[in-house]
Design a protein around this ligand. Structure first.
Ligand SMILES: Nc1ncnc2c1ncn2[C@@H]1O[C@H](COP(=O)(O)OP(=O)(O)OP(=O)(O)O)[C@@H](O)[C@H]1O
Ligand SMILES: [Mg+2]
Length: 276
């Protein structure tokens, strides 16, 4: 490398440090070596440099979000096997992950039986949102109601409702598994009311809307709640098998196959019979 080329590299590194771009700084030497060696074009080199910085920034955002959002796990779209769940329209899910619905303050509801990926997809939307720098918060219906009840008992309900209406994306998971009290349902209604047309909510339920009256203990309130949620809403109805059970099915099948395979002892016996 000429002295001028080495000086230019030092200058690039100094500029990346000055701009506080540690992801790009870490990747720059390898990218320049690849570009000098003809492995990729100048445009590709710039693309790789910027991608390295964006990837580091997104990871940092995600780490921060994981601390404050109470997301129970990291589940991403690329971990989702669409072939396993053919009732899901891949284009719909991919387009939701572009996050236009958050800009438009629309809601998303995942409906379906256990294990079909409702929580997985809700979390992957939250992760995409967190990586794009938005505030997200996760709760099950029961845990959100509990926190509202505690706030109410402490005389801080309106403050808590304000806090919960701040995140650009709120996940309300598991509507329908555990019963909620009538007072709890009223608090949930207030929460959805506070977020209505202000910010997006992603909800999951194992029960169809016709059963929400029973879950919330009040048909009229459930109807008003669904009315607000559905006003600007994407409904993803998943019909299919549980992914959890798939793992058991495979285990079960492999046990079956092993049982059908002749054992070493029975193979030996068969040989002995043939040679006798
Ligand atoms: N299509 C899929 N591809 C990859 N992993 C999947 C898929 N569907 C579900 N999973 C995984 O299976 C497990 C169960 O999925 P998930 O928790 O999303 O189900 P759910 O619909 O929320 O069920 P429940 O109603 O019981 O809460 C999770 O670990 C999830 O990551
Ligand atoms: Mg779930």
């Amino acid at each position: 490398m000429t002295r001028a080329a080495a000086a230019r590299r030092d200058h690039i590194r100094a500029m990346l440090a000055d701009l506080r771009m540690p992801g790009a700084l870490e990747a720059v030497d390898e990218i320049l070596a690849g570009a000098d060696g003809g492995a990729f074009t100048a445009a590709e080199a710039i693309e790789r440099l910027l991608a390295a910085q964006i990837s580091l920034r997104n990871n940092r955002r995600l780490q921060t979000a994981m601390r404050s959002s109470r997301l129970p796990a990291i589940k991403t779209l690329d971990q989702f096997d669409f072939a396993f769940q053919p009732s899901i329209r891949r284009e719909q899910i991919e387009s939701l992950h572009e996050l236009g619905f958050i800009k438009r303050r629309e809601n998303v509801i995942f409906l379906g039986p256990p294990g079909v990926g409702k929580t997985h997809l809700a979390i992957s939307l939250a992760i995409a949102a967190a990586q794009s720098g938005r505030r997200v918060y996760y709760g099950t219906l029961v845990s959100l109601i509990e926190s509202l009840e505690q706030a109410k008992a402490a005389g801080q309900l309106s403050r808590r409702l304000r806090v919960l209406s701040h995140p650009a994306l709120l996940i309300v998971d598991e509507i329908g598994y555990l019963p909620v009290s009538r007072d709890g349902a009223v608090l949930f209604f207030q929460l959805i009311n506070a977020r209505y047309e202000q910010a997006s909510t992603v909800l999951t339920s194992n029960k169809g809307f016709e059963e929400w009256g029973e879950i919330l203990g009040d048909e009229v309130m459930a109807a008003a709640l669904i009315d607000r949620l559905m006003h600007h809403c994407h409904v993803v109805n998943i019909r299919g098998n549980s992914y959890r059970m798939r793992e058991h099915t495979e285990l079960w099948q492999s046990i079956q196959e092993k049982q059908n395979e002749p054992s070493a002892a029975s193979k030996r016996r068969r040989r002995e019979v043939q040679t006798a």
